[in-house]
Design a protein around this ligand. Structure first.
Ligand SMILES: [Zn+2]
Ligand SMILES: [Zn+2]
Length: 345
């Protein structure tokens, strides 16, 4: 089955286009990653540009006090901390280094009426920093940066816990985690994985959301261990990875200790994890940018391979030996030839 993807593609354009799309980089990156082909990407880009042009009022040139005020504000922060400044001074990025040496960017967009009107501030954090109500004069770029420094300082342990998982376990998703990502899908082996989401405020507490994904044969016993352990408290002095290994009574597999075949939670028919149906199959992409994940598995514990429902259904429908009874298809696993069933709607 052919997989088309724009993974690794980049969007380049004129200065006007870049200025217009300023602040939308993450959206564009995500759409590039998820769009099945160039045409659907450009259709989405056109919709985005339509919206931006409709809602963004034409820029009025700022007054001269805008510039003098801004220059002295940047003097306060320190020019060396500016990692980017828009040539027309309507936006800037300030870098903040945290105690572990991670580099964070605070992106500030300045309206022409700044400082009378609040700037638009974003940073790659699990939650956007809640800034006090804007008061011209009392609030400055420096106070905004200070608010972000405090927030970043409070998230140090969260990132330490996540980096430990990234280093000591086999993280399947996200492939390239950002400082905003608080979830990790970790390989457990046997075509099974675990999705956990840490609470940014209490990263070492037992995550309220731990989900097993993949083969029921492998996940069942681990699931039972996790629930049996709920009687014994999660040790908040330890890292989440250490607690997981203790509770699941296993060492989490790493890239250096395990073979890819057993680790991958990918569909064994299309070899992908996220499955987006072809546009003809799915007339409107709706709001779902994630696609189907493999949730069907072979019941033979020696095989336990995973499939997308749509892939195994298509496979079974194509085989003359498969049979259908009401809304269930009966056939053979493509790998081990043991009986496998899938429901069809
Ligand atoms: Zn598939
Ligand atoms: Zn099988």
């Amino acid at each position: 089955m052919q997989q088309t993807s724009l993974r690794g593609a980049q969007l380049k354009g004129s200065r006007e286009l870049s200025d217009l799309l300023e602040g939308c980089e993450e959206t564009i990156e995500a759409r590039l990653k998820d769009s099945p082909d160039v045409t659907s990407f450009f259709l989405e880009l056109r919709n985005l540009l339509d919206k931006l042009l409709r809602f963004r009022p034409p820029l009025e040139p700022p007054s001269s006090t805008f510039y003098t005020g801004l220059i002295s504000e940047i003097d306060e922060i320190g020019w060396d901390r500016l990692s980017w400044l828009c040539p027309n001074l309507s936006a800037l990025h300030v870098s903040i280094a945290d105690t572990a040496g991670r580099l964070h960017l605070v992106k500030v967009q300045l309206p022409a009426a700044y400082p009378e009107v609040a700037p638009l501030v974003t940073a790659q954090l699990p939650e956007q920093v809640k800034l006090p109500a804007w008061q011209p004069g009392a609030c400055t770029l420096q106070s905004i940066i200070k608010n972000h420094e405090d927030a970043i300082a409070s998230l140090q342990d969260l990132w330490a816990c996540l980096e430990d998982l990234d280093r000591e376990a086999w993280v399947l998703e996200p492939e390239n985690p950002t400082f905003a990502d608080v979830s990790r899908r970790v390989a457990l082996g046997g075509h099974c994985s675990l999705l956990l989401t840490l609470d940014p405020a209490r990263p070492r507490a037992r995550p309220s959301d731990i989900r097993f994904m993949g083969s029921e044969a492998a996940a069942g016993p681990l699931h039972a261990r996790l629930h049996a352990a709920d009687a014994a408290p999660w040790d908040a002095a330890r890292l989440p990875r250490e607690n997981l290994e203790r509770v699941l009574q296993m060492k989490l597999p790493t890239r250096s200790t395990s073979a890819l075949d057993d680790i991958s939670g990918d569909c064994c028919i299309c070899y992908a994890y996220r499955h987006r149906r072809a546009p003809a199959d799915q007339p409107s992409s709706g709001g779902d940018s994630h696609g189907e994940v493999p949730d069907q598995s072979c019941g033979n514990p020696q095989c336990a391979r995973l499939f997308h429902r749509s892939c195994i259904r298509e496979w079974l429908l194509a085989l003359p030996t498969s049979r259908r009874s009401f809304n269930t298809l009966f056939g053979e696993c493509p790998y081990c030839s043991q009986p496998i069933t899938v429901t069809v709607s």
